[in-house]
Design a binder for this molecule. Structure first.
Ligand SMILES: NC(=O)c1ccc[n+]([C@@H]2O[C@H](COP(=O)([O-])OP(=O)(O)OC[C@H]3O[C@@H](n4cnc5c(N)ncnc54)[C@H](O)[C@@H]3O)[C@@H](O)[C@H]2O)c1
Length: 299
């Protein structure tokens, strides 16, 4: 039944054409769904178009999708500055900045623009789905659909049910994520859900280790990478996620759960104040001097 509902999803709207939104739009297009990708920034849409095209071609060169799938997927994508273009969407997935005020305003607008049956999903890292749902007249159709970065590669989608999310909407979104080829975990709606409730304090602690001079950034990362068998260290991971996202998530954990242990590290705050937002801005804990994935050893 749920699989049938997901199969009936023909149009997906994605809002926010940054690192997450562009990856989510790509997943939907490759899965055979028509996609509207909306952003308020024309340059972000242009970058997303290039990134998706490169990524789909890379997947085809590795044999992960057929060559004929390249143009099929690209032809399913539409880029727009107009929110109104999402009115035909069966599911909207929001992936704008991690700001509760901005997301609340957007959900209120989406409620007016989208058709009555449309499901409104948020890719938020930590913000309450129940509070976003309260901005709409359809709280039973609002849900968290938390993709991991980069969405095209990572195998997990964390689904968060708000207090009023219906069983039917949960089942449809679960089946949609499976149609994207993802594994599912389900979390109740508490700050940070499962993954970021555990990951963000670890990243924050790595910042404290750097801030208090316990070790160099390289040794902190190498220690955690080789000592706990992770693909990269927490400081490099923070750069990949975006330090602004990490700071917002820590503020949400701190505000929602209380206690000193969730207090954002002053060094993390200072880097964000300096505009050192991570790889996407060319500078975070590390400096990124080219398009490569490796942090430069230079400050
Ligand atoms: N970066 C990660 O690793 C990661 C992982 C999982 C979830 N998330 C979540 O995904 C969301 C997006 O993160 P990101 O890393 O892609 O951010 P990003 O900064 O790369 O992109 C955000 C995009 O949203 C656009 N935007 C901002 N306000 C908008 C609005 N009102 N309407 C339309 N577009 C708007 C911006 O122009 C920008 O292009 C956040 O909620 C974040 O917490 C991020």
């Amino acid at each position: 039944m749920a699989g049938e509902a997901a199969a009936k999803v023909q149009v997906v709207g994605v809002i926010g054409a940054g690192q997450m939104g562009s990856g989510i739009a790509q997943l939907a297009a490759v899965a055979g769904i028509d996609v509207w990708l909306q952003d308020t920034d024309r340059a972000a849409l242009d970058r997303a178009g290039d990134a998706i095209s490169d990524s789909i071609r890379r997947l085809a060169s590795k044999g992960q999708i057929p060559q004929s799938g390249i143009s099929e997927a690209l032809n399913r994508l539409r880029f727009t500055l107009e929110l109104n273009d999402l009115r035909s969407a069966d599911v909207v997935i929001e992936a704008i900045v991690e700001s509760e005020d901005a997301k609340r305003k957007l959900f209120s607008e989406l409620d007016k623009i989208t058709k009555a049956s449309c499901i409104l999903a948020s890719n938020t890292s930590s913000i309450s789905i129940t509070r976003l749902a309260s901005q709409t007249q359809r709280p039973s159709q609002v849900i968290g659909m938390h993709f991991m970065n980069p969405p095209a590669i990572m195998k997990l989608v964390e689904i968060i049910r708000g207090t009023q999310t219906s069983d039917e909407v949960f089942a449809t979104v679960k089946a949609l994520a499976e149609r994207f080829g993802k594994n599912i975990v389900c979390s109740r709606d508490f700050p940070g859900f499962i993954v970021n409730r555990i990951l963000m304090p670890m990243i924050n602690e790595a910042f404290y280790a750097l801030y208090t001079g316990i070790a160099t950034r390289e040794d902190i990362d190498m220690g955690m990478k080789l000592g706990t068998n992770q693909p990269m260290g927490p400081l490099q991971l923070a750069d990949f996620i975006g330090l602004d996202i990490c700071l917002s998530a820590m503020k949400t954990l701190h505000g929602g759960l209380g206690g000193d242990r969730y207090s954002p590290c002053p060094l993390l705050i200072q880097y964000v104040d300096a505009g050192w937002l991570g790889k996407k801005r060319g500078r975070g804990v590390y400096s990124y001097t080219d398009q490569g994935n490796k942090p430069s050893p230079r400050m």
